[in-house]
Design a protein around this ligand. Sequence first.
Ligand code: AMP
Length: 285
Amino acid sequence: MSIQIVKTIREVQDIAERFRCGGKLLAVVPTMGYLHRGHARLIEIARSRADVVITTIFVNPTQFAPNEDFNRYPRDLEHDKTIAQDAGSDFIFFPDVAEMYPKEFNSHVEVERASKILEGAFRPIHFRGVTTVVAKLFHITKPHIAVFGQKDAQQAFIVQKMAKDLNFDIDIIIAPIVREEDGLALSSRNIYLSETERKNALVLYRSLQHASQRIRDGMKKVADLRVEMEKIIKSGNPSQIDYIAIVNPEIFKEVEIIESPEVLVALAVRFGTTRLIDNIRIQLE
Ligand code: AMP
């Protein structure tokens, strides 16, 4: 059966209700479209765990600041249909902005603290937009399972926190980062990179691998590690390093001394006008 595109909330809620009543397990994979192998992996994981998979494609305006790339964010539904179908999705929920945010819309979901640091420090309204739209998508698609990517580690933490704090009865699964062969994390935004920027951006994964090695070798002081990572990243001629952070992933708090059994090294770096994020999780015990 070919994949079905559904545009209205009412229709998706009815479909979800029907499957739920029939005892089926539902999974949702929220995306902003322009799908790549990273998204496909999420859909495959959903497929392996559920009877029905709904992929959502919505470039969510409330998570973009006015100076960000909402308008130029890449969009290609035909291409997305093929990728989502091949990966095993049954439905694509593809609403327009007015369907998701009618004129009188006036409610928001916010996870405090964790949404203010790292990405949140540079994108102050971002996570409020993300948690609001994800909460809506959960109520719309009524899933038992939702799959997100470790690529957006802070988002993954915040969505899990929201689900826990607000008692969403949904199993949140976090899928590992899918990378190009040369190490660049797949992202819809990679299309913005010039050929030179694309090559230079390889310093990100290189710096993360370096951090992983240094931490495993016993390096404890984040300030020292940051200097070394900066040096590697600067060799790729970035236009700006927004942050390099070491985080205790259990509580999503930055650390200055590495002590916890697991750490997350996360960064955001701009090449030209393109802002890329990446991270690595390092298990110490
Ligand atoms: P986006 O369309 O960029 O909002 O991403 C939708 C979902 O796909 C999010 O949960 C992302 O974390 C996940 N994702 C994006 N890129 C990757 C990747 N390279 N590997 C794994 N998951 C990814």
